[in-house]
Write a protein that binds this ligand. Sequence first.
Ligand SMILES: [Zn+2]
Ligand SMILES: [Zn+2]
Length: 360
Amino acid sequence: MAKMKAVVYHGKANDYTLDTIDKPKILKDTDAIVKITTTTICGTDLHISHGHVDYMTEDIVLGHEGVGIVEEVGSGVSNFKKGDRVIISCVTSCGKCEYCKRGLYAHCKDGGWILGHKINGTQAEYVRIPHADNSLYALPKGLPEEKAVMLSDILPTGYEIGVKYGKISPSQTVAIVGSGPIGIAALMTAQFYSPSKIIMVDLDDKRLDKAVKIFGATHKVNSKNQEEAIKKIFEITDGKGVDVALEAVGFPATFDLCQRIINPGGHVSVLGVHGKPVQFNLNELWIKNITLSTGLVCTFTIPELLQGVVDGKIKADSLSNKEHRSFKLSKICDKDNAWDVFSNAAKHDALKVIVTNDIS
Ligand SMILES: [Zn+2]
Ligand SMILES: [Zn+2]
């Protein structure tokens, strides 16, 4: 049996290591085996590694984002062949079931978010991609992989669950709570719709400065003191609160902030991965005509976002710092390497980390 290296999570908090395991094989004729060339780590992987995500299979390869080269396809795959360079969608979808027919790929009856969750994921030399025709996207020639890998998850998540579900429209006021990669992806794509104010909210001043200087936020608010932060957001919005509040962290406190700053008729959209119930102030909100949306990304916007990245309208490379683009798979779990840096993102002033396969 051919072997490979992969980041394996062993089912307990902080128990993940770079192991030698069996190389994946085609199991169904709709599968493809992809040799990973570039992968990255997601906030969701952190939630898993901390033991916060239910229904994790024990001993699973982490990761649901990646770019690679098709190594082998099953007989039922018609869109891709060996040697094609591809972007892997974080969500696997058959394209045929009732949910897929409605565009709800996240809830595909034979897929959804399974990579690095229910089946082995992308922080490996090779990965098996079920329903390859619908779950892979051709990588345009010449597009650098550190840009392309942002299309697996974070750009579509920011855009679909934040901007589209939040129904951001011109001249509105928007608050984005959480200035990590997902919050920044929402900030970048929100600007397609020309909101009048985008207020970035975070605990980390360095991340807030970046959001304003590099990514186009108009205001920043540090939420170390929640009450002060809420007061400040009302000041910025002339006492009205915001039209759209995007929750991009996944904690009860950040959800609470969003529900308290939303103005009548507004939209609260939840992008964060929540591991605990929250207090939902329906007694105050029932009368405010607000809409609350939640969701797992479906990645149906990958084609349009990909075009935006190719055209340079979306600066996908700015989602990682230059010094965090040259991590190697063979050292991914080492000290001061990709997992360590991403787990301590504030200390390292890190956004996404880019990891290349230096093994195969
Ligand atoms: Zn992710
Ligand atoms: Zn389906």
